[in-house]
Ligand binder design. Sequence first.
Ligand code: ADP
Ligand code: ZN
Length: 206
Amino acid sequence: MKLIFLGPPGAGKGTQAAGVSANLRVPHISTGDMFRNAVNNKTPTGVEAKRYMDAGQLVPDSVVIAMVKERLSEPDCANGYLLDGFPRTVEQAEALEGISAPDAVIDIEVPDERLFDRLTGRRVCKACRGTYHISKLANETVCPVCGNEVYQRDDDKPETITKRLQVYHEATAPLIGYYEAKGKLNRIDGDRNLEDVFKAILASLE
Ligand code: ADP
Ligand code: ZN
């Protein structure tokens, strides 16, 4: 199964993608996580990507496409993939058609006014990468799953969030129509609890 997860920042793509990839036994490939790793390791890609990420802008298509192409050629992708955060532009989607076209697209939809609160309240675990909303944490700096430290991503600051939502509507939202026209789009209402969204995604794939 080759799957794409589409949706605005804060829609819950990362959380749902982790669960669905385990369920379907295909690798969860998050371009955002790949870039954050590259930034931490100070690789050439990371150094280039950082200035775009900090500004809430997209990393140039050529850089992202090369990175994803290489990742999809690895042996664990032989039975499929779950792409989270890619494609984000029509040019990236066109490139993916030439590399390995998806079977289905999950579009998780959440209204903008809900996204802002979700993103400003988001915390990420340094160790297990789990993401949580601050309102659900007993201790604001401790991961409820593994006990390590949780932090706020640099791009989850209010100024950057506004920019990211604008970029989403301009560059990424056109992909909804793009995949609808191919008959591959599954629309999911993401403004519900995690469990209900998860069930809806699995049901849409049956
Ligand atoms: P979000 O929470 O916005 O979905 P991600 O973790 O997916 O965030 O991505 C963080 C940042 O990494 C983006 O704002 C962007 O700068 C960069 N990035 C990730 N995926 C892509 C992509 N497919 N194309 C361009 N830039 C990307
Ligand atoms: Zn953790």
